[in-house]
Each structure stands twice: as C-alpha cells, then as structure tokens.
Design a protein around this ligand. Structure first.
Ligand code: TYM
Length: 325
C-alpha cells in the first residue's frame, strides 16, 4: 500500500478538469492506497476571496469530495487549516527553498501577471504545497498536468533537506494520468479549463444540469474543416472534445476519432457521456448540500486522523534542523 496525498483549492465550484484530472482518480485510489485528500483553504487566500465565500466554498468542496464517491471510512478527508502542522512545516521548507526557484514557477508568473500588488503568499504557495505532501510522508501525488512543476519543487526540497539534515522526508512522485490530465476551456481550447480564468461557457461545473452541459458542449469552439482527428496542435477544440470523451469512456482519443464523421455527432456523444458521468455526482451533491452536518462530521474525523500522522513527521523535521525540544 502506498501513501497518496492530494488537494483542491476551494476557490469556486469544482469543474470537469478537477474531476477528470484529480477527483475521479482519487476515488479509485481509496481502496488500494493509504489515501489523504484535503481541501487546501489556505492556498485560496493567495488571491482575493471574501471570508464568507471561503467558508461556504470549503464546505461545498468537501460535499463535492463525498458526492464524487470519496468515503471518510476509506480515505482521510480533511481541511488543510484544521491541521496546523502544514504551516509549521512550511516555514522550515521556506528556509530550504530559494527565492530564485520560487520566482521561476510558471503559475506564480501567470497568476501574478497584471496585478498591482502580488501577495507574498502567492510566491511561497508551492512551498506550502510541498509541506502538504511531505508532512504525510506521501509517496505519490495524483494531480493534473498543471501541478507537475510544483511536485518537482516538493521533490527538490525533500532531497535538499535530507541532504542537509539527514534522512527526514520521503521523496514524493507525481502521478499524472495519460488521458484527462489537461482538460481545456471549451471556448478557448488552447487554455486549460480553470475556475479563475475560464468564462462560464468555457467551463463545465460538477453542478451543471444536463441541459447546461449539452448547451456548453454544443457551443464548444472547434474549427471549420469538419474532419474529426486527434491533433492537439492543429485542432485543439476537437482534440479537447476527444480527450474528454476518452477520459469519460476509457477508449483512446485516436480510436474515438475514427468513429465520428462530423462534429455534430462527436459533440452529441461528448455531451451524453459527460451528462451520464456527472449525473450521480450532481444528485449526491444536491443531497449533501442540505446536510452540512454529515460533511462537517467527515471533516472532523479526517482532521483528527491527519494530525496523528502529520504530528510525528513535523517533530522529526523540527528535531533535524535543531529546534530545542
Ligand atoms: P487546483 O485547485 O487548481 O486543482 C485541483 C486539481 O485539479 C487538477 N486540474 C485539472 N486537471 C485537468 N484539467 C484541468 N483543466 C485541470 N484544472 C485543475 C489539478 O491539476 C489538481 O490536481 N496547488 C494545487 C492544490 C494543492 C495540492 C497540494 C495538490 C495544494 N496542495 C498538495 C496536491 C498536493 C492547486 O491549486 O490545484
């Protein structure tokens, strides 16, 4: 059994990219791995967010975890800020990371662009993410493709810390799927689907109704030659639809391309597959939204278990750097 850890920011309703790139794969892991999944509320503070929105979105994200099929009896589900060991370890890792390597993170460059004032937390964000992972001795981190560079940093920090202070951390590896690791915006298929940058039409939310999903897929941007072919460079819109269908059905994108002779029939099949994939998640989410007690109970149980694992790892790191006991 290997230890896995991953997290999602509560910065809005979760979307199809979060589901295919991360959440759905976590559900498959909970029976085979020793699994830890958190809602990274502290990471959401790196950009502007209203206090009430943060609180309600944290609970909504937890409801989405449960609705997607994560089970508090089979995986440890918790909120990052409920386990203060993450932030304590983060400081030790900030003193391990260099300013230059944090400046080179592409997400920092993208998210900081055009902002009059950039929060220091946006720069140190990947260090807190490294702490999230290292404080559980996690071996694997199931994420989408956009997190690759952050996991590489977590690896480098673990290796550097171990080299300087002696074996302390497990060096984690990214676990990125072959298909569905980078779902693109339906309106701008050269950009990834994202809660912070996509327009409502470019994004499929886990809570969208079947009609909304069908409409968004029907209006997805394609090209004009009407040839169904998987070619992410020349045909990003069609390739994204094929990738979504592949991820939903388990067939390969090239093989699927051969089955469709026009864009209309491909879009019809994608809409149907996504509607059926998300139907149970949406139905269960609606039930859980009116039952915050169940969601909170799952989180309380998860925080207790998480802390029992994180506490000794933090103590090991504090001892290694020479903090007085
Ligand atoms: P976040 O909240 O942006 O995304 C959560 C997960 O969803 C994946 N994802 C996608 N996958 C495919 N296509 C997309 N368009 C798409 N958009 C998002 C992400 O790759 C991610 O797996 N920094 C992280 C959160 C984090 C974390 C961690 C992850 C904090 N600490 C520790 C793993 C381990 C983030 O902002 O993800």
């Amino acid at each position: 059994m290997s230890r896995v850890l991953s997290g999602i920011q509560p910065s809005g309703v979760l979307h199809l990219g979060n589901y295919l790139g991360a959440l759905r794969r976590w559900v498959q892991r909970q029976d085979v791995d020793d699994a830890y999944f958190c809602i990274v509320d502290l990471h959401a503070l790196t950009l502007d967010i209203e206090p009430e929105a943060l609180r309600s979105q944290t609970l909504d994200a937890a409801a989405s975890y449960l609705a997607a099929g994560l089970d508090p009896d089979r995986a440890v589900l918790f909120v990052q800020s409920h386990v203060p060991e993450h932030t304590s370890l983060s400081w030790l890792l900030e003193c391990t990371a260099s300013y230059g390597e944090l400046l080179r993170m592409t997400q920092f460059k993208d998210k900081g662009k055009g902002q009059a004032s950039v929060r220091a937390g946006l720069l140190t964000y990947p260090v807190l993410m490294a702490a999230d992972i290292l404080v559980y001795d996690a071996q694997r981190v199931p994420v989408g493709d956009d997190q690759r560079q952050h996991i590489e940093l977590a690896r480098n920090l673990a290796i550097r810390f171990n080299g300087r202070y002696g074996e302390t951390f497990v060096v984690p590896a990214a676990d990125i799927p072959d298909v569905g690791a980078r779902i693109m915006d339906l309106q701008q298929p050269t950009k990834k689907m994202s809660k912070s940058t996509s327009t409502p039409q470019g994004l499929i939310n886990l809570t969208d109704s079947p009609d909304e999903i069908a409409r968004k897929v029907r209006r997805a941007v394609t090209d004009t030659d009407n040839e169904v072919r998987y070619d992410t460079e020349a045909k990003p819109g069609i390739s994204n639809l094929l990738e979504i269908l592949a991820s939903a059905t388990g067939a390969g994108p090239d093989e699927l391309a051969d089955r469709f002779s026009d864009y209309g029939s491909l879009k019809g099949a994608v809409a149907e597959a996504v509607i059926e994939l998300l139907r149970p998640v949406r139905e269960s989410y609606e039930e859980l939204s009116s039952d915050p007690g169940t969601v909170r109970a799952a989180l309380a149980k998860g925080a207790e278990k998480a802390q029992s694992v994180a506490g000794p790892v933090l103590a090991r790191a504090q001892d290694a750097v020479g903090l007085l006991k």
